[in-house]
Design a protein around this ligand. Structure first.
Ligand code: PMP
Length: 412
């Protein structure tokens, strides 16, 4: 592996991912669905199989050797993830099933207890359903109100509107860091400052930013941050909820049971220390170990280099696709977007497009990408989305563009 300032060597990195050698009827796989889930390098798979082959045991419950080894690896995985996002330590990192569960943890543990009539939760029009549906439903249960920061015509957050919408009635600002549809990267530090000026918390949905951007939760000054391992070269079934220690300390747990307690009597219970207070029951031990290995892999490759590589590919895809007059790419211009392009071709439904493109071995996503209200704002029922990661190449973008062109001609 070279020094960080060098450009990333995608063809060499591809060798870490056996799945990328797959072919369908002799056509090589071109995997451009990384915003949905990334592929898993061999060393991450090995870290998981090593746990099962060598030290599979429940954590925090046994004093035998295997349990001790498993417990240490599980706990240290929290340290690794904490370091990855700039958290102060393991007490600020709760392992959840994914970003969605992290969001629900705060919504149930904090929102249900704290929100009431007259309180407001401010979201954005580009929220993923993970945040939008969660706060919408908690607002319904508590009598709070959700308000949405609109987007501008070119896919940015309207920050003037944000300044008006966030008021002293706002208790929580929940904002996606990098949009999984528009590719917009939102000014979360600025939003954090506005939220804090009004005494509100800010929850940053980092599902699409953590895989690609250096995250420093202290610098972002966010109160909560969440992301999923499966988009950062890790396994499914595990994600992280970061919360500022004093906030997590004050929050009630919402899942009760084993491991999250310190002392139990028939009458009452005392909670365990952080982060275990929020990790009831047997956790996803193997996945946690794979998660830590994955973020170490990504750090070894170099997050800045990954960012540059993936956003260069997205800019190239943007430029090539918009050469066709009948293709619309949503969101900010080529030189100011995250590593994905969501688009539509006039007269071709996104599902048909994705199916034709699949015939050329190119895996992209079609649908609403869990942003239905955003699609309403865009005036589209669905879109096709190509999203890039460290192992993608320019020739794969060419393969995408050629396949899209075939689809255009088929429907012309
Ligand atoms: N937020 C954003 C911006 C996402 O892109 C996703 C995944 N599509 C999520 C949240 C939810 O992630 P998960 O399904 O892993 O909970």
């Amino acid at each position: 592996m070279g020094v960080q300032s060098e450009r990333l060597d995608a063809p060499a990195l591809r060798e870490d991912f056996p799945i990328l050698e797959r072919e369908f009827d002799g056509t090589p796989l071109v995997y451009l669905d990384n915003a949905a889930t990334s592929q898993t390098p061999e060393r991450v798979v090995e870290s998981i199989s090593d746990y099962y082959y060598r030290y599979n045991a429940n954590v925090h419950r046994g004093i035998h050797n295997l349990s001790q080894e498993a417990s240490i690896a599980y706990e240290e995985a929290h340290d690794t993830v904490a370091e990855f996002i700039g958290a102060a330590g393991r007490e600020e990192v709760v392992f959840t099933k994914n970003t969605t569960e992290a969001m629900n943890t705060v919504a149930y543990a904090w929102g249900l207890n704290e929100l009431g009539p007259g309180d407001e939760v401010v979201l954005t029009e580009m929220e993923h359903h993970a945040s939008l549906v969660t706060w919408q439903q908690i607002a319904k249960k508590t009598g709070a109100e959700c308000r949405f920061i609109p987007i501008t015509d070119d896919g940015y957050l309207d920050m003037n509107a944000a300044a008006d919408l966030i008021t002293d009635d706002t208790r929580m600002v929940s904002v996606v860091h990098a949009s999984n549809t528009l590719g917009t990267v939102n000014p979360v530090r600025e939003l954090a400052d506005i939220a804090h000026d009004h005494g509100a918390y800010i929850f940053v949905d980092g599902a699409q930013s953590a895989p690609h951007m250096e995250i420093d939760v202290a610098e972002l000054d966010c109160d909560f941050f969440a992301f999923s391992a499966h988009k950062v070269c890790g396994p499914t079934g595990i994600g992280a909820l970061y919360g500022k220690e004093e906030i997590l300390e004050a929050m009630e747990p919402y899942l009760y049971g084993g491991d999250m307690i310190l002392k139990v009597t028939f009458e009452d219970s005392q909670w365990n220390e952080l982060p275990w207070k929020f990790e009831a029951g047997t956790p996803n031990i193997a996945q946690a170990i794979g998660f830590a290995e994955a973020v170490e892999y990504v750090e070894d490759v170099g997050i800045d280099r990954i960012h540059r590589h993936s956003t260069d590919l997205a800019a190239y895809a943007y430029d090539r696709l918009t050469e066709y007059d009948d293709v619309e790419v949503y969101g900010p211009p080529a030189d100011d977007r995250g590593p994905l392009v969501a688009f539509n071709v006039d007269g071709v439904h996104a599902h048909d497009l994705s199916s034709i493109v699949n015939d050329y071995g190119v895996a992209i996503r079609a649908g609403d990408h869990c942003t239905q209200p955003l699609h309403d704002v865009l005036g589209a029922t669905a879109s096709a989305r190509a999203s890039f990661y460290l192992y993608n190449t320019e020739s794969e973008v060419d393969a995408l563009v050629e396949a899209v062109n075939e689809a255009r001609q088929l429907f012309a």
